[in-house]
Design a protein around this ligand. Structure first.
Ligand SMILES: NC(=O)c1ccc[n+]([C@@H]2O[C@H](COP(=O)([O-])OP(=O)(O)OC[C@H]3O[C@@H](n4cnc5c(N)ncnc54)[C@H](O)[C@@H]3O)[C@@H](O)[C@H]2O)c1
Length: 253
């Protein structure tokens, strides 16, 4: 590792497992101090303990503004003003629009969109104290295209993409960069179906790269966007999806 995040203070949501865990591991390896947050406390505590003194864990339900304010204060007290925020926490709910349960739809919007919005709002005063920062909002390939039976998820992820661009415009002069990252087909607990090898699924085979992505392949792009190497990169969308949004590969059979 090259110390690309030396001196950075990061908050990562949904960091107890999956992509968030990998993002936290990469950030610490690159020199950052990281407050890992999630609602899966035992798993989150274990990851933070494994990462040592540069990491700590705190319970944070991203839908609660009160918990966000406390988490930012905690990160600042432990490590100093926050300079990196990764809004990674997210949930899915499957259902065709015909049968969609309204409260479940609302819940997905609440976690994926409202959680991201409250996170950006809560961290901004700390980033201003630091003189700037980088916010990475984890959207999805479903924030660029439609996905069947995923209306709530897709709506939330398109909204995260739009909100990221607006926040980039609102915060650019504060020295705060905001980008959206659009993973697709990454092997995590969210995408694992019982009894199925990810790369044997129809979905994986339909991808231009013909395979699921690894969490490290997402974390490396997050690290770049968090680092000063991306100092002129804001308001942009970063697809890391094995080509899922490149086009329809089935056209030639
Ligand atoms: N895996 C993929 O193929 C894929 C594709 C596109 C986008 N994404 C996005 O990437 C992000 C990470 O997903 P993942 O694949 O690692 O899935 P995951 O289910 O392993 O991780 C999501 C994490 O978010 C946490 N979380 C859920 N609700 C929360 C809440 N209210 N407050 C705080 N934390 C909460 C979960 O406990 C979990 O640890 C999500 O935003 C997801 O939508 C994933």
């Amino acid at each position: 590792m090259t110390g690309r995040l030396e001196g950075k203070v990061a908050i990562i949501t949904g960091a107890a497992r999956g992509q968030g865990e990998a993002e936290a591991r990469h950030a610490v390896a690159e020199g950052a101090s990281v407050l890992l947050t999630d609602v899966l406390d035992a798993e989150g505590e274990a990851v933070a303990a494994d990462l040592g003194a540069a990491a700590a864990y705190r319970h944070l339900d991203v839908t609660s503004e009160e918990e966000w304010i406390a988490a930012v204060a905690d990160a600042e007290e432990r490590f100093g003003p926050v300079t990196v925020l990764v809004n990674n926490a997210g949930i899915l709910d499957f259902g065709s629009i015909e049968y969609q349960d309204v409260e479940k739809f609302r819940r997905v919007i609440d976690v994926n969109l409202m959680g991201t919005m409250i996170g950006m709002k809560s961290v901004t005063p700390s980033m201003r104290r630091a003189g700037g920062g980088s916010i990475i909002n984890i959207s999805s390939n479903g924030g660029i295209m439609g996905l069947p039976a995923l209306g709530a998820y897709v709506s939330s992820k398109w909204a995260v993409r739009g909100l990221s661009k607006t926040a980039a415009m609102d915060l650019g002069k504060r020295g705060i960069r905001v980008n959206s990252l659009h993973p697709g087909g990454v092997d995590t607990p969210m995408t694992r179906l019982p009894g199925q090898e990810p790369n044997e699924t129809l979905f994986a085979k339909s991808l231009p790269m013909g395979r699921f992505g690894h969490v490290d392949e997402i974390a490396k792009v997050v690290t770049f966007l968090a680092s000063d190497e991306a100092s002129y990169v804001t308001g942009a969308e970063w697809s890391v999806d094995g080509g899922a949004t490149a086009g329809d590969r089935s056209l030639l059979g």
